[in-house]
Design a protein around this ligand. Structure first.
Ligand SMILES: NC(=O)c1ccc[n+]([C@@H]2O[C@H](COP(=O)([O-])OP(=O)(O)OC[C@H]3O[C@@H](n4cnc5c(N)ncnc54)[C@H](OP(=O)(O)O)[C@@H]3O)[C@@H](O)[C@H]2O)c1
Length: 269
């Protein structure tokens, strides 16, 4: 009779400091709850301070973890560069970086693109991700440990009509994640890129600039992913044994085959 293998031992991240940008809503907020449940210390970043504080209070109460919030615009690259030294000492050793803040603005075709929106997407989705990684990896290299978990998108591996601003920004962020993995190949720093499909968050309200009907239509007739589903993938990557590097995870809704390939349930009558 064969003997059962020993139980698989996930990597324990309790006590580690996790920095999450875009923690005031959606995927970032869901990640904060999951990392708190694992006993991690948290640095939470977004612009909406009251949301961050309410979240921090909930996390402290439910999981008794240390949480530090930073209300900032992640397009401020100088502020990002200063951040590692400005964090309170107990939060300075960031082990897991989740530069998740990001957005899509508009669905205009190429000839109608609003350049201001394109700039906002590139600044938020690309430059801020590069700046956070640049700011927090020197210490990871020194400690020879750390995990970068990038929030890419299916729009980082595929381009679609109406995505001429967003898709290039996510492709650039995806390329950055791959380049980082090459740069750190000789170290114990792991690089993961999560590529979600359609997730129901505030994302579409932001994309359609508050037009609720258009935002709702995105999810009509489908069973979209939820923020918690993506947080689960982030936690999966973070808790694999140290010899395992989840390089990328493309996660779609069950009735989704591509960015726009969504089977919608057509109501009869
Ligand atoms: N939802 C989807 O279908 C989907 C699919 C694939 C990938 N993604 C990616 O997942 C990530 C999270 O999106 P989500 O779906 O969770 O959207 P969301 O619910 O709109 O959350 C976006 C988060 O990013 C923050 N943020 C945006 N611009 C910021 C800025 N300039 N400075 C600081 N924080 C900023 C927002 O906080 P404040 O407004 O408080 O600053 C918010 O916390 C994004 O990178 C997005 O591209 C989403």
């Amino acid at each position: 009779m064969a003997t059962a293998p020993p139980p698989y031992a996930p990597y324990k991240i309790a006590g580690q400091t996790v920095l999450i940008t875009g923690a005031s809503a959606g995927i970032g907020e869901a990640c904060a709850w999951r990392f708190a449940a694992e006993g991690c210390k948290l640095v939470l970043i977004a612009r909406r301070q009251e949301r961050l504080e309410a979240l921090a209070a909930g996390l402290r109460q439910h999981y008794n973890v240390a949480v530090h919030t930073v209300a900032m615009d992640v397009r401020d690259l100088d502020a990002i560069a200063r951040l590692p030294e400005e964090l309170p000492e107990e939060f300075q050793e960031v082990s897991i970086l989740v530069p998740n803040a990001g957005l899509a603005l508009g669905v205009e075709a190429v000839h109608q693109l609003r350049m201001e929106d394109v700039r906002t997407m590139l600044d938020t989705n690309v430059l801020s991700v590069v700046a956070f990684t640049r700011a927090f990896t020197p210490a990871m290299v020194q400690r020879n440990a750390g995990h970068l978990i990038f929030m890419s998108s299916i729009a980082g591996v595929e381009a679609y009509a109406g995505g001429a601003g967003y898709c290039p920004s996510k492709h650039a962020a995806e390329a950055f994640a791959v380049a980082a993995r090459h740069d750190f190949v000789g170290t114990n720093i792991r690089c993961t890129s999560i590529q979600p499909g359609a997730v129901k968050t505030e994302f579409s309200m932001v994309r359609y600039k508050g037009d609720e009907a258009k935002a709702d239509a995105v999810y009509q007739g489908i069973h979209p992913l939820l923020a918690q589903d993506i947080a689960d993938n982030v936690l999966y990557a973070a808790t694999r044994p140290l010899h395992v590097q989840v390089a990328s995870l493309l996660v779609l809704a069950s009735h989704q085959s591509s960015a726009k390939g969504l089977a919608r349930v057509v109501k009869q009558g």
